[in-house]
Design a protein. Structure first.
Lengths: 216, 154
């Protein structure tokens, strides 16, 4: 009997300690994250960043993406829908965190497509065909290059421009900014500079709606 | 006299065995919950060697508990091999962490390096060293339980 009690008490204490430590860590982490963003608010949006939606909207979602990231692909329609729902009141800024191997080349293609006004078409095609050109979490840019004409781009020009050192500089800047802001996963969202502390569709929607209500 | 002290001695030995296995179980539980805390709450990505150590410590948290209720010192037979294999990985990891094994030998490729700074807790406690301590204590205590059990049989 006494031994059973020992074990039960030990189990209980360990569970309590685990939950308390998790709560303690999460609140500390949330505060640190908010402090990081306040201290480095200039890192959120850069002149080179691609933007969508009404430029005068008072609510801005900053999304750090990796074209090879499956969750980014799943989130994309939802983010688009959020912009449409709040027509004109919410806009989007896309930043790059190409963590997957080979993904920097994918960003190269996106930026090259941007020069042809086809950024969003190519991004959506990338997301839609992601399982064809990612193998074992490694992006295979050559496979996607064979598909890219479906987005209606000048493929020869893409191939020529995708390795532009200026694009690599953009990636480096975005990665450095991501680090400053504590964006270490993709997708990472900031709404009017507020980090999405708990990840999920509903949480993002709630954060966007609270900002819309505040500013309109 | 002899007839009375022998069962008593055996009971005492069983109580000591129970406590020793209990301590081993506590260590295995703390290691399990601790490693899950690092990866799931703190978001540290476990390096490859950490995964192998997890493979050998997680089952200990379960089988040692089963060996405690009711006390079955035979659990040592199942627990010791796991702990010893886990120790081998931990020794390798510790040597690697302190640079005593050259870097080109390390099997870590993607994700976190097994020599990463994120392995050091609160600035002074390296996770590989905690793991090493856990496996050494568990193995020592389990051997003690085995000796007690063998003495009881004779």
């Amino acid at each position: 009997m006494k031994q059973n009690h020992f074990t039960l008490i030990a189990l209980l204490l360990m569970a309590i300690a685990f939950i308390a430590a998790a709560l303690f860590h999460n609140t500390g982490e949330e505060k640190a994250q908010i402090a990081r963003v306040t201290n480095h608010s200039a890192a959120l949006i850069k002149d080179h960043s691609i933007k969508a939606g009404n430029p005068d909207a008072r609510v801005t979602i900053v999304e750090f993406i990796d074209p090879a990231c499956g969750t980014c692909a799943q989130f994309h329609p939802f983010v688009k829908q959020l912009l449409q729902q709040h027509g004109g009141r919410v806009n989007l800024v896309v930043r790059y965190l190409p963590f997957h191997q080979g993904s920097d080349k994918m960003v190269g293609m996106l930026e090259a497509a941007r020069k042809q006004g086809k950024f969003w078409d190519v991004l959506e095609l990338m997301y839609a065909t992601q399982n064809q050109w990612t193998k074992n979490h490694v992006a295979q840019p050559d496979i996607f290059l064979a598909l890219i004409e479906r987005a209606g781009v000048d493929v020869a020009r893409i191939k020529q421009e995708m390795n532009d050192p200026a694009i690599m500089k953009i990636i480096q800047q975005d990665m450095a900014d991501g680090k400053l802001l504590g964006a270490n996963k993709t997708p990472s969202f900031f709404v009017n500079g507020k980090p999405l502390s708990s990840f999920g569709y509903q949480q993002l929607q709630a954060l966007v709606e609270s900002e819309v209500n505040k500013h309109y | 006299m002899v007839d009375q002290t022998e069962p008593q001695g055996q009971l005492a030995a069983e109580s000591v065995s129970w406590k020793l296995i209990f301590i081993c179980w506590l260590i295995a539980m703390v290691a399990t919950l601790g490693s899950l805390f690092f990866s799931e709450i703190m978001g540290l990505i476990p390096c490859e060697l950490c995964w192998y150590q997890r493979i050998f410590i997680y089952p200990l948290a379960i089988i040692l508990l089963i060996g405690l209720h009711p006390l079955d010192t035979g659990v040592v037979r199942y627990a010791l091999p796991l702990a010893i294999i886990g120790l081998l990985f931990t020794v390798y990891h510790t040597l690697l962490f302190y640079g005593l094994i050259p870097e080109n030998l390390q099997p870590c490729r993607e994700g976190v390096s097994c020599r990463d700074d994120s392995m050091v807790l609160m600035g002074f406690l390296p996770i590989p060293l905690l793991s090493l301590a856990a496996f050494i204590v568990i193995i020592t205590l389990l051997f003690k339980v085995r000796r007690l059990a063998k003495a009881g049989l004779n």
